[in-house]
Design a protein around this ligand. Structure first.
Ligand SMILES: Nc1ncnc2c1ncn2[C@@H]1O[C@H](COP(=O)(O)OP(=O)(O)OP(=O)(O)O)[C@@H](O)[C@H]1O
Ligand SMILES: [Mg+2]
Length: 291
């Protein structure tokens, strides 16, 4: 736990989950334990299929753990709630509503009876400004770029003033330049608002640049937390300056070593073995071991 964070806001205790499949029960997660402090930015990283989205969905209340559970600010999480806003990889905006109206829908849900109409209007514009979307308030999703749609998705989540922002590969579908812009915006927003964030990513540089801690998951089935890496780089962080920073590169190397040495995907070998078994020696060429 990083020292400068005061109290754990969110706690996952002994979280395990089994899915019913046609072949029987599949244990996706086994005994996941994690404490996240108020204002902390935590990234989840791990190979495809290890269970990152499953962890996030349990925290979001969209999935229920088979055993163990999640406590947010002293209350058990049993269902989705506006105090846990989710940003998905593919924006998930309503296509018939403008950027403004998409945010408005969430704001009305959370602040009805608490904010006046004028206050809500101001709040919607404020959040769209935070993500630099003030110039396209009245455009529909099909009239704006992928990066802009993702910005609106982030504005919508921020506008709910959630205790925890849950992001499932929020920039995964974007080109490198747009992704970099959005990462910078997110760092700036988080510095101002001190949001607690859990973000799933496949991008090692993104994880190191944005996080206070990187939670590295083992391969499934029965995936769990393998290692947790503390990212003690000073903020604000600049990607250009960090590119030549020895400590940054060391941290980056730690994540890469976890993913590609310690948790090297065994799928390749398994696939090869399966192929070998499936191969009919009469009709298929023999596989050669290449050193
Ligand atoms: N509803 C379900 N029923 C059965 N199996 C499931 C279900 N949801 C997820 N799984 C399985 O649980 C494992 C974890 O899935 P999950 O989507 O959490 O992985 P992930 O780490 O998010 O992968 P990716 O990086 O590809 O998004 C996978 O093996 C997946 O096939
Ligand atoms: Mg996923």
């Amino acid at each position: 736990m990083t020292e400068h964070f005061s109290r754990p806001l969110l706690e996952l205790s002994q979280v395990s989950i089994e899915f019913k499949t046609p072949k029987g029960l599949f244990k996706a997660l086994d005994n996941v334990n994690l404490k996240i402090a108020d204002g902390e930015f935590v990234s989840l990283i791990g190979h495809s299929g290890c269970g990152k989205s499953t962890v996030l969905n349990i925290v979001a209340g969209l999935l229920k753990a088979t055993s163990g559970g999640v406590v947010l600010d002293g209350r058990e999480v049993n269902e989705p709630g506006p105090e846990r806003a989710v940003v998905f990889q593919n924006h998930s905006l309503l296509p018939w509503l403008t950027a403004y109206e998409n945010v408005e829908l969430a704001v009305k849900r959370v602040f009805k009876g608490k904010k006046t109409k004028a206050e809500m209007h101001e709040w919607i514009e404020h959040n769209l400004k935070l993500v630099h979307m003030e110039h396209a308030l009245h455009k529909r999703p099909d009239e704006i770029s992928g990066g802009m749609k993702q910005r609106v998705g982030i504005a919508r989540a921020l506008a709910m003033q959630p205790q925890v922002l849950l992001m499932d590969e929020p920039f995964g579908a974007l080109d490198a330049l747009t992704r970099a812009h959005l990462q910078d915006s997110l760092m700036e927003i988080q510095r101002t608002l001190k949001n607690t964030v859990i973000m799933i990513t496949h991008d090692v540089d993104e994880a190191v640049l944005l996080s206070d801690r990187i939670v590295m998951m083992t391969n499934g089935p029965s995936a769990t937390i393998g290692e947790i890496l503390k990212i003690d780089l000073q903020r604000p962080r600049s990607r250009l300056e960090l590119a030549d920073d020895t400590h940054y590169n060391h941290l980056r190397h730690e994540v890469l070593a976890f993913l590609y040495e310690k948790q090297r995907k065994v799928e390749d070998f398994a696939q090869h073995a399966k192929k070998k078994n499936d191969t009919n020696a009469e009709t298929q060429p023999r596989l050669k071991v290449v050193s």
